[in-house]
Design a protein around this ligand. Structure first.
Ligand SMILES: [Zn+2]
Length: 248
């Protein structure tokens, strides 16, 4: 969602090139182990998404030689990306093959894009902005500013969101210089002081509909999201409402 939920907006974090920021569909990659620490192993590049921005960590496997260990969790700490490995650990300097648990990741991508669609819909309909979100493999939730959210509004939001799905809009990842964004604020709809102070920022754009500063992984076309079903609403305060969704 907005930049406050996504700290990862540059392509490097610490010493690690974050491959998933450029190519969300990369399922396997080769990398060199550059550090082995208590927190986990650090690679020179990775396609594993580290937990953050309401999107859970990827899991999967690393292989080297005759060995194969499970990557249980991936986390970012002090700008370093640590792969938490169960079983045998590769030593520093080893060339490894990383394999993403794609079934799980692809669900995260579908849910993440679904939340961007909902963010765009509530903004266009009610001028609401997003205050929080969380994704899992089988559901997601999004909080936004709105005073009243009755059945009629929920039905309208669901209808408009599925219209965007059916329109099959491209979802594009762009790297845009900060200066260009500051001069084009209506694109990402945030105050200039909230734009992180980085020379280039990553923007996820649902073509002709919505754009967000974003470090998450996304499908490349809204049609891949599938049917969005709003399961329930939760009142999170006078001006804060939650939608819980599932994808069919
Ligand atoms: Zn997002």
């Amino acid at each position: 969602m907005g930049n406050i939920f996504h700290p990862a907006l540059t392509t490097f974090s610490g010493m690690t090139d974050l491959l998933y920021l450029r190519d969300c569909y990369l399922r396997e990659f080769e990398a060199i182990v550059i550090n082995v620490k208590d927190e986990g192993i650090v690679l020179d590049k990775t396609a594993f998404y580290p937990e953050g921005g309401g999107q859970p960590s990827d899991s999967g496997w690393i292989k080297w030689g005759m060995h194969r260990s499970q990557v249980k969790n991936v986390l970012k700490k002090d700008e370093h990306v640590y792969h938490v490995v169960e079983g045998l650990m590769p030593s520093k300097g080893t060339l490894v093959r990383g394999i993403i648990d794609w079934e799980k990741r692809y669900k995260h991508m579908r849910y993440h894009t679904a939340l961007h669609i909902l963010a765009g819909v509530v903004y266009h309909l009610y001028n609401s902005t997003i205050t929080g979100s969380q994704i899992s493999e089988d559901k997601a939730r999004i909080d936004f500013t709105l005073e009243d959210l009755g059945k009629e509004k929920v039905e309208r939001i669901e209808f408009e969101a599925n219209k965007i799905v059916d329109e099959g809009r491209d979802v594009k990842i762009k790297f845009i210089p900060r200066e260009e964004l500051v001069n084009n604020l209506q694109l990402i709809r945030i105050r200039p002081e909230l734009i992180p102070n980085l020379p280039v920022l990553r923007v996820v754009e649902i073509e002709g509909f919505d754009a967000q500063l974003d470090g998450g992984t996304h499908v490349s076309n809204t049609r891949e999201v599938g049917r969005i079903k709003i399961l329930k609403t939760v009142n999170k305060g006078k001006f804060n409402k939650r939608l819980e969704i599932v994808l069919m």
